[in-house]
Design a protein around this ligand. Structure first.
Ligand SMILES: [Zn+2]
Length: 181
């Protein structure tokens, strides 16, 4: 069966920049799974049996923690729960972080996270050359119909950086959004 993927969507966890989500023996993906369980997200039994049976709820396909660890969530091809209206034929990737120490929605990600994201996207682009990469906010509704999704139309700021500007730059590390500690 050929897996059809049209969109790769980048998210953030909307938690403190540079702060790992791993805690109490749980990995970042397991912590997000518990959040998504509380929100009522549920993977099907068949999908759980097939892949990551211990993650019953997580809506993303990948999670990248601050040390650059890439964890899987849902299986590629499994319908996600990460972006309203675009959950089929898409892949959701969540970067841990997004919020500054003083509470601003400005994502700062570690060099390890930038490298991990870059490598993951290269790999996924090879597997799914027709997929287009988006930031979550780029999939907000185009309220005034001008064909552009502008700041006032963003449903949320996620992933708290401009994905297309970063891709256009060709750089691995986005210096305006690099967490330096
Ligand atoms: Zn998001």
């Amino acid at each position: 069966m050929t897996i059809q993927i049209n969109k790769i969507v980048i998210h953030c966890s909307a938690t403190r920049n540079g702060k790992s989500l791993a805690r109490n023996g749980l990995t970042a993906a397991q912590v997000i799974d518990s959040w998504h369980k509380q929100r009522g997200f549920k993977r099907t039994e068949a999908n759980r049996k097939d892949f990551n049976p211990n993650l019953g709820s997580i809506g993303y396909h990948y999670v990248i923690d601050i040390d650059g660890t890439v964890e899987t969530g849902r299986k590629i091809g499994e319908t996600g729960a990460h972006v309203k209206g675009h959950n089929t034929n898409s892949i959701g990737i969540c970067l841990v972080g997004g919020i500054t120490a003083d509470g601003k929605n400005h994502g700062e990600y570690t060099a390890q996270q930038w490298w991990a994201l870059y490598d993951l996207l290269l790999n996924l682009e090879q597997r799914f050359p027709h997929a287009k990469i988006y930031g979550h906010r780029d999939l907000s509704p185009d309220l005034n119909g001008d064909g552009k999704i502008t700041r006032n139309e963003w449903l949320k700021d996620c992933p708290c950086f401009d994905v297309w500007q970063w891709l256009d730059s060709g750089e691995v590390i986005n210096v305006d959004h690099l967490f330096k500690g």
